[in-house]
Design a protein around this ligand. Structure first.
Ligand SMILES: Cc1ncc(COP(=O)(O)O)c(C=O)c1O
Length: 398
């Protein structure tokens, strides 16, 4: 099938919600490279939006997929299955959590977190303790509850009435959060770094301040680590940088390197409110996806992938900052590990297009932020090449 026909059919048969997609059709991946139907290769510095952290077709992931597909794809949660048990154990052994619930996406992981927090608030506090305080400019998903939690009107417009029981305050503003918490608050929900909103890293005192506030007010702290988790920021979990632990953490994206999964991790006391029958998912935690996630997480731990993210992240951020001295189009470089944003003084779309035309796939975050989230296995030479291409694209766009 030729590319032109494929793109015409895409325009004809898909719902139009993804807007103007890039005019290429990707058919193959290997490591940090992907190829399109025309045989062109690209360096993939988006990794499917922070998903394929081990790169495309990583041998351990592919091996786990093949073996699981030939062994047992699906059983319902009416029964136990070994990969699900091993994955829950591994996640708990390497995090603050005592227990895990598995779903299929980030939004579902956050839905479970919101349901846990509401039930916990009502049972341990008072019948009207159900409110969730989230932050402006955040992103938590597209279901009705998570789009309500998302602090950006552009994602909510047209879907009103939104869910009751959510409030928003500015991100990285402890005083605003303190003022917003009252005896109706069940939980505070934040990303440890705002990803989609523009790669905003909060001040060092922000997460510890939220932890203290939650402890004093008897409120749960939910960290949405869907984008930041699984070594992306140079630690297995982003909360480790802040020296605190949440009560609930949500994961998805990189956990199975591209096979859909969501996970809601929590402390024992929080888990206890999810009594039998209160929550569930047909596809959540199948032997298939859990085998793939086990292979992914094991490789990330054994191959010290978080350390690689730190080193390559430093190289990219230093490189972008050096670039900024020559190209004032770059106003600020932010990020941690391999979640990096370069804020421009103009719309970023032409730079994203220019990079793609030169063989580099990058992301945007909001209107003006160029976002880099390459596979964590990226090599120094690939980062150097990406910086050259970005430099060229910035030159053309100014
Ligand atoms: C921080 C955060 N939360 C939630 C989500 C939603 O995840 P999903 O698209 O898997 O539902 C995303 C996706 O970009 C995200 O970055």
């Amino acid at each position: 099938m030729d590319t032109k026909t494929l793109l015409e059919w895409s325009a004809k048969y898909h719902t139009p919600n993804y807007g103007a997609r890039a005019p290429l059709c990707l058919i193959r991946g290997d490591g940090i490279r992907v190829w399109d139907t025309e045989g062109r290769a690209y360096l993939d510095f988006g990794a499917g939006i922070a998903v394929t952290s081990l790169g495309h077709c990583h041998p351990r992931v592919t091996g786990a997929i093949q073996e699981a597909a030939a062994t047992l794809l699906h059983v319902s949660n009416l029964y136990h299955s070994a990969p699900q048990i091993h994955l829950a154990k591994l996640l708990c052994e390497h995090s603050f959590a005592d227990r895990v619930f598995f779903g299929n996406s980030g939004a579902e992981a956050n839905e479970a977190a919101i349901k846990m927090a509401r039930k916990y608030g009502k049972e341990r506090g008072a019948s009207d303790r159900f409110e969730i305080i989230a932050t402006r400019n955040s992103f938590h998903g597209r279901t009705l509850a998570t789009v309500t939690a998302t602090g950006q009107e552009k994602y909510q417009h047209g879907f009103e009435p939104l869910m009751p029981g959510f409030k928003h305050v500015p991100y990285n503003d402890l005083r605003a959060m303190e003022r917003a918490v009252d005896n109706r608050t069940a939980a505070i929900l934040v990303e440890p770094i705002q990803g989609e909103g523009g790669v905003y890293v909060p001040d060092d005192g922000y997460l510890p301040g939220l932890r203290k506030l939650c402890d004093e007010a008897g409120v749960l702290l939910i960290l949405d680590e869907i984008q930041t988790g699984v070594a992306r920021t140079g630690r297995l979990w982003c909360y480790e940088h802040a020296g605190i632990e949440p009560d609930i953490m949500t994961l998805a994206k990189a956990l199975a390197n591209g096979v859909p999964i969501g996970a809601t991790l929590c402390r024992e006391e929080v888990a206890s409110v999810l009594t039998p029958g209160t929550h569930g998912s047909t596809f959540g935690g199948t032997p298939f996806v859990c085998s793939v996630a086990l292979a992914t997480l094991s490789a990330i731990l054994e191959d010290k992938i978080a350390e690689r993210a730190t080193a390559r992240g430093r190289q990219l951020m230093d490189g972008l900052r050096t670039l900024a001295t020559r190209r004032p189009t770059i106003r600020e470089v932010r990020g941690r590990g391999l979640l990096i944003g370069a804020e421009l003084d103009r719309p970023v779309a032409p730079v994203v297009d220019g990079c793609r035309e030169a063989g580099l796939l990058v992301l945007s975050a909001g209107e003006r932020v160029l976002r880099l989230a390459p596979p964590l296995i990226v090599e120094a030479a690939d980062c150097a090449r990406a910086l050259e291409i970005i430099d060229g694209a910035l030159g053309k766009a100014t």
